[in-house]
Design a protein around this ligand. Structure first.
Ligand code: SAM
Length: 202
């Protein structure tokens, strides 16, 4: 029997990687290393690595299955500007690298416990030099605004799967980010009621 292909694939990642690339284009540096937290299947950054070949892409995920998928995608796409995936739990106080020129996290904040977001913001604050971006993508609540019905349903389904997950209030994320020296610089509405959120290291 042939070995199972370890490359994971997500229809949502294939749908949203175009709009996310448009969000990244004006914000990423010309050169340097981009750290991705929670890379999952790897289908986002392999697309970005071929679109932005001058950048070095550093994927990561705490899941061994995700890292196996990432390794296989990188090999099958013959990408040369990608480093081997790191095992990073965002909530850990130490990450196995000292610097990144940009940090991205796609669909992580609502699908992980709140300490992962706390760790993500603290870690990005430690690694990024002044002026460098942290870019988040996903659904958020906004103060004083009701969630659209599809996100109410999505939030309930997340909480049913894991009571520590759920759509976060962007204002909570932004005030925590300030404590790590990250200022909210833009919020962009993207398809399917998701936001692209950019912070800049002060
Ligand atoms: C919904 S998937 C998103 C994957 C990919 N970014 C995407 O949008 O297709 C959530 C990912 O977060 C990762 N994750 C969960 N908890 C984490 C943590 N504490 N630190 C880093 N990643 C985490 C999971 O392993 C999973 O790959």
């Amino acid at each position: 029997m042939p070995d199972q292909d370890p490359r994971l694939s997500s229809p949502a990642a294939l749908r949203n990687r175009g709009p996310i690339a448009d969000l990244l284009r004006p914000v990423l540096p010309e050169t340097g290393t981009v750290l991705e937290l929670a890379s999952g299947s790897g289908e986002h950054f392999i697309h970005f690595a071929s679109l932005f070949p001058k950048l070095v892409w550093q994927p990561s995920d705490p899941s061994p299955e995700a890292r196996a998928s990432i390794t296989e995608w990188v090999e099958s796409e013959a990408l040369t500007n990608v480093l081997p995936p790191l095992d990073i739990d965002a909530s850990s106080e130490t990450w196995p690298l000292k610097r990144a020129d940009a940090v991205i996290a796609i669909n992580m904040v609502h699908i992980s416990p709140w300490p992962a977001t706390q760790g993500l913001l603290a870690g990005a604050g430690r690694l990024l030099p002044a002026g460098a971006p942290l870019i988040l993508y996903g659904p958020y609540r906004r103060e004083g605004q009701p969630l659209v019905p599809s996100n109410v349903e999505f939030d309930a389904s997340l909480r049913a799967r894991n009571s520590a997950w759920g759509i976060r209030l962007l204002e909570d994320v932004a005030s925590l980010a300030e404590q790590s020296g990250l200022s909210l610089t833009s919020v962009t509405e993207l398809p399917a009621n998701n936001l692209g959120v950019v912070f800049t290291r002060q």
